[in-house]
Design a protein around this ligand. Structure first.
Ligand SMILES: *Cc1c(COP(=O)(O)O)cnc(C)c1O
Length: 241
């Protein structure tokens, strides 16, 4: 077995165990293989090992990589944009990616909506929320939303605005946990994102089935707290340069 295939098998086993602890079915967790900074050959190896969902965080890199993979791989893969989108790149997204995890402002949602609508496409999307409160993280500000009604009301308003835009189909929330040495310390961020999803769905009377949370260092905890998409790079492809 190739190293990538071996890594994927180990991750699948870890996911099964996390699902057992959480009393969930492993079918409810989708692995997004984060191939940023990794060559096309690595994407093909992961696809050969059975993965269908891939994530990239930069438009320029995706513009060269995704068409090459499409030329070389007979099956069909689903591409996820997981990084911040600059306004001037918004129009390049809908031909390239199937799902956007990083709707991190009403403004960028508006741009994506306009370009998807112009191309008569619908872009599946998740709203990124900053539950951890770190300045370095993107997303709608959601720190302390359970206690700060101003923060919560603003989230309601912005989510409602984004969900009303044409050309976007909002299917959930995405979050990033802080980089902490103790991976257990990230659990409240995941639990807070799960609770926020429930609160938004109740208030707006909508359905947001997906939670994109968990990376190499913390995906088992994210799964225990309800993640339906885990974005895994290093555990599949090894360390990045
Ligand atoms: C790079 C990246 C990941 C994957 O990180 P790993 O630690 O390599 O698993 C997940 N999500 C986002 C948004 C990223 O930029």
């Amino acid at each position: 077995m190739s190293e990538i295939a071996d890594n994927i098998a180990q991750i699948q086993e870890t996911i099964v165990q996390a699902c057992q602890r959480a009393n969930r079915s492993p079918d409810t967790v989708r692995v997004i293989a984060v191939s940023k900074k990794k060559p096309v050959a690595d994407v093909l190896a992961a696809a050969a090992a059975g993965l269908q969902h891939f994530g990239e965080n930069r438009v320029e890199e995706a513009q060269t990589k995704i068409p090459q993979v499409r030329d070389l791989y007979a099956g069909s893969l689903t591409w996820h944009m997981i990084g911040h989108i600059q306004s001037r790149k918004a129009r390049d997204i809908s031909g390239l990616f199937d799902v956007v995890h990083s709707l991190d402002s009403v403004k960028i949602a508006g741009r994506l909506s306009r370009s998807a609508a112009q191309q008569q496409a619908t872009c599946e999307a998740l709203i990124q929320v900053n539950v951890s409160g770190e300045d370095s993280k993107g997303g709608l500000w959601a720190y302390n939303w359970q206690k700060d009604t101003g923060v919560f009301e603003r989230l309601i308003e912005d989510t409602n605005t984004i969900m009303g835009l044409p050309g976007l189909r909002v299917v959930g929330l995405m979050t990033m946990a802080p980089f902490l040495r103790d991976s257990e310390a990230v659990r409240p961020v995941f639990a807070g994102t799960f609770a926020l999803r429930e609160a938004l769905c109740t208030r707006l009377n909508v359905s947001l089935p997906h939670l994109s949370m968990g990376m190499t260092d913390d995906y088992p905890i994210a799964i225990e707290e309800g993640a339906t998409m885990v974005r895994i790079g290093r555990a599949i492809f090894g360390e990045r340069q």
